[in-house]
Write a new protein. Structure first.
Lengths: 391, 165
């Protein structure tokens, strides 16, 4: 058995120079230090992306965009064997991928891995994040359920508030004046053809840059003499650790997908009012809350426009950080950039939490019972609420 | 710059020691077994997911008898095509007044055949195979076997009943 395998390897090696690749992988090292755990998050993101690709192709076998969209997702969820699991895996992997992107981005930020010569890694990463969010937004509509319908409606109203080009853009994306079956078709094409066609080459570029420049050292390591730094070979040591992380990620994904299957909800009905407490996915919550706050302060479209200006400004600042803080000589900490990162993280967390808290308190207010009317029957839910336990 | 390579497995290899060999074999078996379990846990749902329409079609194919309403009105020396489960079938009213039901799937490469009353044979347009309409026997061309036969159970005033056996 050994002999033919070796012979086949030798045959391929003569033509493809496989030894060279193995030599390269063995020579490549990964720094090992107090913060090296953060190096895994890019790989974890890649794992969730691959899980998305596989489960997405499987869903493609039964999903039908257009007027039949909800019915086809209903069939996937309830009629096709294990369809619920594949769909749940796709949704959970999407959320876990965004979580790991955020962890990856902020760890890169605070370890100053955006500094020269890694600027393109930072920029390509930001574009990949934004594309992932568009992936999420477009994928969210595809089941054409109530939540998807209103989330897309609201999501497209925001750019529509821009003067002149806003409404034209929104109508073109929607394929109509309201969200309809053409919107599903457009989002479907975006989600399964356009975005992957752009995302995958950019991801390749991002990964190639990591190969080219290697892992960045955080300032605390840069400050140490070179002889005091430690590293491990990429192959097989780091790769095995990376695979162990993938295994953990797979287990978490499997448990979440199987134990908490994604809800299908009601079919979208344009004549029904929006359900109470409706809100976007968590990765849009910060923007959602900022827009809500600005909208309360400023009348009309001004709130949305100020909100959009605020996001654009934030993104520009986030992109030019490598130009502001480019050098890493001798472990320079660049405290101002760190403080800016902490501020950005704080704003993101606070506005997200604020958004959830606002929705939570709104739904609580709704659930409070109306003053009892004589003779009116109370629902069990109201009875419990209006009879608090005696102190 | 980056020195001090510390391999994970820093113990020297001792393949000649029987103890090490057993431990290695044990590790191999465990890793292989766990890997197989993972592959099965992912592979089985994916297989069932892909196979769902096949299962449904197989369920639909399990019919044993079919009643063709108003098929008794079919004129002599003509045929109609109907579906027996997923399979296209020919119901032929022969010139001598007899009824025949045959699979319409050519035994060569699966094209759907047609009844040509003027030539009094069944013809496959794909590769020119011909069959005898009375028996379904392959008479010319590439088909290797006769067409599958069904049984015309009864012809009533309102319908024709065809069964598998």
């Amino acid at each position: 058995m050994r002999k033919p395998i070796q012979a086949a390897y030798a045959w391929a090696n003569e033509r493809l120079d496989l030894d060279d690749m193995v030599k390269f992988a063995r020579k490549k090292t990964v720094p090992e230090h107090r913060h090296s755990a953060w190096y895994y998050w890019g790989g974890i993101t890649l794992f969730f992306f691959l899980a998305q690709a596989v489960s997405g192709v499987l869903l493609l076998l039964y999903y039908r965009p257009g007027p039949d969209a909800y019915e086809s997702v209903r069939q996937i969820t309830f009629d096709i064997h294990f369809g619920w699991l594949i769909r749940s895996t796709h949704s959970w992997a999407a959320n876990l991928m965004l979580i790991s992107i955020f962890v990856h981005m902020f760890s890169v930020y605070f370890m100053k891995a955006y500094r020269s010569p890694r600027e393109f890694g930072w920029w390509s990463g930001i574009v990949l994040l934004m594309m992932s969010m568009v992936f999420g937004f477009s994928g969210y509509l595809l089941p054409m359920n109530e939540l998807a319908y209103f989330a897309t409606k609201v999501g497209l109203e925001i750019p529509a508030s821009l003067p002149v080009i806003g409404p034209v853009m929104a109508d073109l994306v929607r394929g109509g004046l309201e969200v309809n079956e053409f919107t599903v078709h457009r989002f479907f094409a975006l989600h399964v053809v356009v975005l992957p066609a752009l995302f995958i080459p950019l991801l390749g570029f991002h990964l190639w840059l990591v190969q080219k420049h290697g892992n960045a050292l955080p300032p605390s390591e840069e400050a140490r003499p070179a002889a005091a730094r430690r590293s491990i070979p990429f192959f097989p040591n780091f790769m095995l650790k990376d695979l162990a992380m993938w295994l953990i990620a797979l287990n978490i994904l499997a448990v979440l997908a199987a134990m908490f299957p994604w809800d299908l909800g009601q079919a979208a009905d344009p004549l029904k009012p929006a359900p109470r407490g409706i809100h976007p996915e968590w990765y849009f919550m910060s923007q959602f809350q900022v827009l809500k706050v600005f909208g309360n302060w400023l009348p009309g479209a001004a709130g949305e426009i100020i909100g959009l200006v605020w996001f654009t400004l934030g993104m520009i600042l986030w992109c030019i950080i490598p130009l502001y803080d480019p050098r890493n000589d001798g472990g320079r900490r660049g405290r101002r950039a760190t403080y800016f990162g902490l501020l950005a993280l704080l704003i993101l967390i606070v506005t997200t939490a604020w958004g959830y808290w606002a929705i939570h308190s709104e739904t609580l207010t709704d659930a409070r019972p109306a003053p009892p009317i004589a003779g009116a029957a109370l629902t069990p839910h109201q009875q419990i609420r209006s009879n608090p336990p005696a102190p | 710059m980056m020195s001090d390579e510390i391999p994970i497995d820093s113990q020297p290899e001792q393949a000649d020691s029987p103890q090490v060999a057993t431990r290695r074999t044990f590790a191999k078996v465990v890793v292989g077994g766990v890997g197989f379990c993972y592959a099965a846990a992912i592979g089985y749902p994916v297989y069932r997911f892909l196979n769902s329409p096949v299962e449904k079609a197989a369920l639909a194919a399990a019919v044993t008898e079919i009643t063709l309403k108003d098929a008794q009105k079919l004129p002599v020396a003509s045929a109609l095509i109907f579906k027996f489960g997923p399979e296209p079938c020919l119901l032929i009213h022969l010139p001598d007044g007899k009824w025949v039901a045959l699979s319409a799937k050519c035994t060569h490469l699966g094209c759907t055949v047609q009844y040509l009353p003027d030539k009094s044979h069944i013809f496959c347009a794909c590769h020119g195979g011909t069959y005898d309409p009375a028996t379904g026997h392959n008479v010319a061309g590439p088909p290797p076997r006769p067409l599958k036969q069904f049984v015309v159970k009864e012809v009533t005033d309102t319908a024709v009943v065809v069964s598998r056996t």
